[in-house]
Design a protein around this ligand. Structure first.
Ligand code: ADP
Length: 240
């Protein structure tokens, strides 16, 4: 199955991407995570991308297209993949259409996680991210702030680009550059809009309901095993 998880910053793409990737057994390809890994390794790409990311700007299209092409051609993508954070511009979407066509594959579905802007701002201002694995935690300002990741004990920090100025810029860039990508896929009849508000488990159920119609039989079994409420992720925790 080939999926694209589309939505604004903090709409829940990371959280639901992790879960879907596990239940469908397909790799999750997050361009944000790929870039952050390059930033921490201080590679030439990381240095260039880091300067743009810390201002909430986009990394140039051609760089991103090259990264995605190299990643999608790896053997673990033969059974399918889930993209998160790419394409982010119409030019990236057009380049991706060409690449998928050359590979002889197409998307099964674009899952659009719709969340209103005021909710995004609220989520970003209450988000801590594990400095080791990138998992994010929603915290309530009235409760003691969590310090360490439950998975690996990593220190929980405010992601650099979650600081208010940069977060606002990211949302603006999303509205201007990324939102139009949705029309590109709507024209192909591929978009399913999912209400991204509410508890993680509730949103997960909505996603599975949409995919239920599209899942081939073997993957459906894997999805059924992935029953929401199984308690893998404590309420309020997850990656966005
Ligand atoms: P979010 O979805 O929460 O904004 P991501 O982790 O997906 O965050 O991306 C973080 C940053 O990485 C973006 O603000 C942008 O600077 C850069 N980035 C990620 N994917 C792309 C892309 N496809 N094109 C250009 N820049 C990107």
């Amino acid at each position: 199955m080939r999926l694209l998880l589309f939505g604004p910053p903090a709409s829940g793409k990371g959280t639901h991407g992790d879960r879907l990737s596990e239940s469908l057994r397909i790799p999750e390809i997050s361009t944000g995570n790929i870039l952050r890994a390059q930033v921490s390794l201080r590679t030439p790409l990381g240095l260039q991308a880091g300067r743009l990311m810390e201002r909430g700007e986009l990394v140039p299209d051609q760089l991103m297209v090259d990264i995605i092409e190299e990643r999608l051609r790896r053997p673990d993508c033969h059974r399918g993949f889930l993209l998160d954070g790419f394409p982010r511009t119409v030019a990236q979407a057009i380049a991706l259409d060409r690449l998928l066509q050359a590979m002889g594959v197409r998307f099964d579905r674009i899952l659009y996680l719709a969340v209103p802007e005021e909710e995004l701002v609220r989520r970003i201002s209450a988000r801590l991210t594990c400095s080791v694995c990138g998992r994010s935690y929603a915290f309530d300002h009235t409760q003691p702030r969590p310090d360490h990741c439950e998975d690996d004990g990593g220190l929980l920090l405010v992601r650099d680009d979650d600081r208010p100025e940069t977060a606002r810029r990211r949302i603006l860039v999303y509205i201007e550059n990324t939102f139009p990508v949705l029309d590109h896929y709507r024209a192909q009849g591929l978009v399913s809009e999912i209400d991204g508000r509410g508890p993680i488990e509730v949103v997960a159920k909505r996603i599975l309901a949409v995919l239920g119609h599209d899942l081939p039989a073997p993957d459906l079994k894997a999805t059924e095993r992935f029953t929401p409420g199984a308690g893998e992720t404590p309420a309020g925790a997850g990656r966005q």
